[in-house]
Write a protein that binds this ligand. Structure first.
Ligand code: ADP
Length: 260
């Protein structure tokens, strides 16, 4: 990387994401938020800077749920603003961003520069978030990444999950397991439940295609397909989509440096 480096940190509910930017290269790294996100973020930053042989970032923007707990940032910015900008950097053709993170889901309509035109967010309830998927994966004896490797519908069985509430839905999953319903069928029903929930939320901003799917849950390709079917729109993603917030923060940090 070049001499002048800025940083964006997205302190999320489950993971800390960091992006270092020198005007050309964007380096992204992450670690679990753990029980002390402030220290986790500081260590992640120190290690990433050392690796790039940079002493200190020229400007550091913090975003995410834990942004007010990062004393070393130059400025804090909202997640919506940063996610929109970062998604547009990764997927410049995007007109809408659907971000599903650890404990919230957001739909954002954006212009060609990644500026927010409208948004809607669910941060009141775990339904339709990564937390929901994680709880259900655990009830099926899997971790959240393993769920994505299971081919839904491969066995021809189908079932439905009716509860929106995570606690009741978990009981439903346990009930289905005990009735001998297959994992494949249950996972299919979970995708339908999440996609219905998120599509209903997104309807509030009249989403336009292509829709950029970001956040940790965007790593699940089957869910991307289910969301596309529910929305009736093209849904695209990027292998760095979990970093949309930190990338947006780093780009705003770079802008701030240019004007200061
Ligand atoms: P936050 O900013 O709240 O920490 P992230 O956007 O970093 O959220 O996403 C974290 C969430 O992503 C976790 O809840 C986890 O369940 C989910 N997740 C992580 N890896 C995967 C995966 N491979 N497939 C689906 N979901 C995943």
């Amino acid at each position: 990387m070049k001499q002048i480096v800025v940083a964006g940190i997205d302190a999320g509910s489950s993971a800390i994401k960091l992006s270092l930017y020198d005007g050309v290269h964007m380096k992204n790294v992450s670690c679990p938020a753990g029980w002390n996100p402030k220290e986790q973020a500081a260590s992640l930053l120190a290690a990433a800077l050392a690796k790039q042989k940079v002493i200190t970032p020229a400007y550091l923007v913090g975003t995410g749920y834990g942004r007010f707990n990062l004393p070393f940032v130059t400025k804090a910015m909202t997640e919506i603003t940063c996610h929109a900008r970062g998604a547009s950097y990764l997927l410049p053709e995007a007109k809408t961003v659907l971000d599903i993170g650890g404990q919230d889901a957001k739909a954002i309509r954006i212009d060609g520069q990644g500026k927010v035109q409208d948004f809607v967010m669910n941060d009141k309830c775990a339904a339709g978030t990564g937390r929901f998927l994680q709880v259900m994966a655990n009830a099926l004896g899997l971790d959240v990444a393993e769920i994505g490797n299971i081919e839904v519908g491969a066995d021809g069985q189908q079932c439905t999950i009716n509860s929106m509430c995570t606690v009741f839905a978990e009981s439903e999953v346990i009930g289905l397991v005990n009735r001998g319903v297959t994992r494949e069928a249950i996972i299919g029903a979970l995708y339908t439940s999440i996609a219905n929930r998120v599509a209903a939320m997104a309807a509030g901003i009249q989403p336009m295609p292509p829709v950029a799917f970001t956040g940790g849950v965007a790593q699940n390709q089957a869910l991307r397909g289910e969301l596309a079917a529910r929305l009736g729109l093209l849904v695209i993603t990027h292998d760095q989509a979990i970093f949309a917030g930190s990338i947006g923060a780093a780009l705003y940090a770079w802008d701030a440096l240019q004007v200061s």
